[in-house]
Design a binder for this molecule. Sequence first.
Ligand code: GDP
Length: 201
Amino acid sequence: MSNTISFNKTEFLISAPSITKSPADTGREVAFAGRSNSGKSSVINALTNNKKLARTSKTPGRTQLLNFFSLSEDRRLVDLPGYGFAKVPKAIKKKWDLSLAGYLQERRSLKGLLILMDIRHPLQKYDWQIIHWASESAMPIHLLLTKSDKLKKGAINNTILKVKRELKQASLKANISLQAFSSLKKTGLYELKEQLEEWLE
Ligand code: GDP
């Protein structure tokens, strides 16, 4: 089977400072969340084969709440701000948190949430917060354990099992899946695309 969406046709659409400035809430979209340095830009690069796109979200003035990319008419990827971002003043961060929770819970076209975590440091405090926000509205979640090239196969499998165990203990309402991923080696790209297609089609 081959992937059916052309992710390399992804184009930057708009930076939105608030939910009200977002594109019309129609069609289907998938959002990317993750701590700063979790490898989010690299995953977006690997997925779209376009180095410029993810850089867009890091361009000053575009470090806004939501960066929208268009895959085709009415199909979008959304880059959420890297959480734990030191340069953002506390008051703004608080506002973002509220808006993000609102976005995750109210956006009708949002069909799934990708949460990126460095495979060496999974499930940190803010990861749990975003998992809980999404879970409150039973939003499907796919966890990407990034930079998997940093670990050997045995350690990757152990981490996957450990994360699965912790999620199970949390008794969440959301449907959660997970996989290891390496942007450097392009490991897990096919699986990621399959998940995105399931949500977007
Ligand atoms: P972001 O802040 O979440 O957008 O993260 P970046 O994509 O900018 O990556 C943060 C750092 O991790 C950079 O130094 C990347 O080179 C590195 N990195 C990202 N993905 C990988 C990967 O798959 N393997 C390895 N070894 N390093 C990676």
